[in-house]
Every structure is written in structure tokens, then in C-alpha cells.
Design a protein around this ligand. Structure first.
Ligand code: CAO
Length: 442
């Protein structure tokens, strides 16, 4: 038995080459030419093979260390004190499969014999720079689960962010080739993620008919599009939702007083046109809400027009017609246009252009019910207002509780574009206008 110190061999003068993988562990038995360590310079990966068979008794390097020629890698216990044999009788085939990176230093064939300094300190054979077709371990290492792959494959896997233990190798001893790696990546890219988004665990499929009678109806096109857009927006946008109540007692009194005139005009007047007008004023006062993030996330696009989408609940699904230039239209115009667009939405008569160009959206469930909800931002818009059902509540006026008509509002926004302070200011402005709509004239 003798101890041999294995050092970094001639690596073509490269200095500070990083240890990217230690292929063996203390206690492992290695065969001659079995990979001990993978080094990587800025230009090439190098696999350092063992100059002899033996048992690893100490490892003096760690992942990430910078090594140069002559640095000690590990200590081997060998059967005899004989000088190590040359690495291979026949030259290692230089199988540079494709120019991943210009190999440096020059790939050296095993015909150049391994350097042997002394019987006690052995330099590993010249490292293999591309995957050596003929150098494969002859015995499975004692550390189970070893991955057989050449440096070019390992480098490519690192560049592509692939964990090699996920890839099935097709070579001897399950050695992974570049083709195996490419096939793995191709499958990963083409596989339809079960839940629609890579990395998100799929919702398990359940056979509900096992528990009772069921019917299955295909989704409408609108429903499918809405589902797709909702998921996209929910996953892409860091949402925050803020809540407030607007005291619309006076607005409601005014609206009721308009009912006779509205009937004469043939218009139904709900709180919605007032909300549209108040939002237009709040958007004008808070330009960050009338903006979009550029696709590259590098800038904000401020819009000098105010178009507001109105979510309409139709039997076929959710549709959002856009009312253009809300700030330039009267409450009567907005009331008429909302009814007209909502009717055509329900009859599936809207043209695509009538659902485009929105800057902000209002989703009103006030006519349906509920105390509050968290709407999803309709990207690339950056905010949406949810409106819930008006309720008369006791409000303290400083002396006594007064019955006031309170409108619950929820404002969801894209936190990449808008901060809480911005939203607080938007809400303060909006509730002030709704509390006293004479402010619209200011
Ligand atoms: N609180 C209390 N009552 C309200 C209210 C509120 N916030 N908003 C409206 N109402 C009343 C209206 O005044 C009307 O009462 P009258 O018939 O007595 O006048 C009644 O509720 C029904 O109003 P409406 O819904 O017909 O009209 P609208 O202008 O309020 O809304 C529209 C129009 C198209 C927005 C609405 O019909 C709609 O589709 N809402 C659903 C939107 C939706 O699904 N959003 C969710 C999107 S996320 O899934």
C-alpha cells in the first residue's frame, strides 16, 4: 500500500481555473482514468482523470476553489508503489462535438504520457477537454448515483440550467451525451404544463362522476379567453388591493332627483356613469393610474386620453367594452353609452376595436351584491376599481351617528407601477369627488 498525492496536471498555462465539480468522495475506489474533478476556465471545461486506480483517502479542494498547475487535488491509497501507467495505450479521441467554446488549452491526446513527478506526488494526466469517447469508468464508483457525462456535456448543461441528474443517459453506464441533453430540453419545452404554467404544481384531475351525476359543458370562447387573461394577469402582476367606502348620500339624492328627467330622455341612470366621471377626474389627477409599464419594464407610458373599460357580465362570459374619452362626455352621454355597450356585449355584437384602448377598468357588482372583492388588474392597465353594493351605515359625524349611504370600493393595482401612497391619494381624491360631485366642476 502506498499513498499518492494527485496534483493538477499541465493545463496549458491556465491559472485560477475553477473547480465546478468534485466527482469522487473520500472512501471511493476509483479506476485509472476515472474523472476526479471537473475544472472550468472562462473558455473551457476540463475533466481531470485519475492517473491510477486506488482509494480516495483525502480531498484537499472544495467546489469553487481556484486551481493552477501543480495544486494538490487529493490523496489516493494505491495497491503498489509502482509508477502510474500511461493513461491509455491508444490516443483519447478528441470528440469536440460542436464549438461550445474554443477549447483552451489544446486538447491533448493520451499519447502524451502522464507526467510522474515522484512516486509520492503524481500529476493527473492531462485533462480531457471534450467528451472523451473512449474514456469511461470501467466500474461503477462506490458512491452510488454518480453521473457519467463529459465536460462538454456538463458545461452545456450548466449553460442551459439543466440538472444532469434529471437527464437519462443513453450511453454505457447511462453516460449522458449532448443528444440526451438536447432531447431532455426539447421535451421540457414542448411538454404542455398540466396547470398552464411551468413550475406550478398541477391541480389533480378528479373523476367527479364517481361521487354523483355530472354534466360536462365545453367552455365558450369568451370564457376561455377570460380564463387565459386572468391567469396571465394574476401570475404576472404583483397585486395589491386597497379598500375604502365613499359616502354617496348626496350623490344618491341627486341621482334620484334625475329619475324623471332620465325617463324623458329614455336613459337609465345608475351610479355607474357618476363613477366613470369621478374616476376620469381621479385619473387626470393621478397620472400614474392612467399609464402602463412598457413591455421591457424599463419605462412608464403615460396616456393623455382617458378611456375606461366597464366589465359586463354576459351569459357567454365576461366582456369589457371600453368607453372612450370619458372625461369629455356628460353623465347623460355616459349613461346612454354604458347601456348601449352593455346591451351589445350581452348580444355578442361588440367589435374588437370597442374592447381596446382602455386605460383603467371599473368592475361593478353593485347591482348584484356583495360587500367587497379583489378585482384582477386588466393588463397592460395598472389598476382596476371594484364597486360593491351600496349600504346605509351609521357614520359618526362628530356629535352623533348619522345614516349614510356608503359605497364599498376596492382598488387593485400593479405594485410595480403604483405604490400604496399613490393608491391612497387616488382613493382620497375619488371618494372626495363621489362625496361631493360639485368637485367635478372644479
Ligand atoms: N349599489 C347598489 N345598487 C346598485 C349599485 C351599487 N353599487 N350599482 C347599481 N345598482 C343598482 C342600479 O341602480 C340598478 O337599480 P334600479 O334597477 O333600481 O335602477 C340595479 O342595481 C341594476 O343595475 P345594473 O347592473 O343594471 O346597471 P349598472 O349601471 O350598475 O351596471 C353593468 C351595468 C353592465 C356594469 C352591469 O350590468 C354588469 O354587468 N355588472 C357585472 C360586472 C361584473 O361581472 N364584474 C365582475 C368582473 S370580475 O368577475
Amino acid at each position: 500500500m502506498s499513498k499518492e498525492i494527485i496534483k493538477v496536471p499541465d493545463i496549458g498555462g491556465a491559472e485560477g481555473v475553477e473547480v465546478v465539480e468534485i466527482c469522487v468522495a473520500v472512501g471511493d475506489t476509483v479506476e485509472k482514468e476515472e474523472s476526479l474533478v471537473v475544472l472550468e476556465s472562462d473558455k473551457a471545461s476540463m475533466e481531470v482523470p485519475s492517473p491510477m486506480a486506488g482509494k480516495v483517502i483525502a480531498i484537499t479542494i472544495s467546489d469553487g476553489d481556484s486551481l493552477s498547475e501543480g495544486d494538490v487535488i487529493l490523496e489516493l491509497e494505491t495497491a503498489a508503489e509502482a509508477a502510474p501507467e500511461p493513461v491509455a495505450e491508444e490516443p483519447v479521441e478528441e470528440t469536440v462535438e460542436e464549438p461550445v467554446a474554443a477549447p483552451e488549452p489544446e486538447p491533448v491526446t493520451a499519447a502524451a504520457p502522464a507526467k510522474v513527478e515522484t512516486p509520492k506526488a503524481v500529476e493527473a494526466p492531462t485533462p480531457v477537454i471534450a467528451e472523451p469517447a473512449k474514456v469511461t469508468p470501467t466500474e461503477k464508483p462506490s458512491s452510488g448515483g454518480h453521473i457519467y457525462a463529459g465536460p462538454a456535456v456538463r458545461r452545456l448543461a450548466r449553460e442551459m440550467g439543466v440538472e444532469l441528474d434529471q437527464v437519462k443517459g443513453s450511453g454505457p453506464k447511462n453516460r449522458i451525451s449532448k443528444d440526451d441533453l438536447k432531447a431532455y430540453v426539447k421535451t421540457a419545452l414542448t411538454e404542455k404544463p398540466a396547470s398552464g404554467s411551468a413550475g406550478i404544481p398541477a391541480i389533480p384531475e378528479v373523476d367527479f362522476s364517481k361521487f354523483g351525476e355530472i354534466t360536462v359543458e365545453p367552455l365558450t370562447k369568451i370564457h376561455k379567453m377570460t380564463a387565459h387573461n386572468m391567469q396571465r394577469n394574476w401570475l404576472n402582476i404583483p397585486h395589491v388591493t386597497q379598500f375604502d367606502d365613499a359616502d354617496i348620500t348626496n350623490l344618491e339624492d341627486f341621482r334620484q332627483s334625475l329619475k324623471a328627467e332620465a325617463e324623458k330622455r329614455g336613459v337609465k341612470i345608475t351610479p355607474l356613469p357618476f363613477l366613470l366621471k369621478a374616476c376620469a377626474a381621479a385619473l387626470r389627477d393621478n397620472p400614474k393610474f392612467n399609464a402602463s409599464l412598457s413591455a421591457d419594464g424599463e419605462s412608464m407610458v403615460y396616456k393623455h386620453f382617458i378611456n375606461i373599460g366597464v366589465a359586463v357580465d354576459t351569459p357567454a362570459g365576461l366582456v369589457v367594452p371600453v368607453i372612450k374619452d370619458v372625461d369629455r362626455k356628460s353623465i347623460w352621454d355616459l349613461a346612454a353609452e354604458t347601456v348601449e355597450l352593455a346591451t351589445r356585449a350581452k348580444d355578442r355584437q361588440l367589435k374588437p376595436v370597442e374592447m381596446q384602448g382602455g386605460c383603467f377598468t371599473i368592475s361593478s357588482l353593485g347591482g348584484i351584491g356583495g360587500q367587497g372583492f379583489t378585482p384582477i388588474v386588466n393588463a397592460p392597465e395598472v389598476a382596476i376599481l371594484g364597486v360593491s353594493k351600496l349600504a346605509t351605515k351609521p357614520v359618526w359625524d362628530g356629535n352623533e351617528f348619522m345614516p349614510r349611504k356608503m359605497l364599498p370600493l376596492s382598488l387593485s393595482y400593479d405594485h410595480r407601477a403604483i405604490n400604496g401612497g399613490d393608491a391612497g391619494r387616488f382613493f382620497t381624491y375619488l371618494t372626495a369627488v363621489l362625496g361631493d360631485i360639485r368637485r367635478l366642476a372644479l
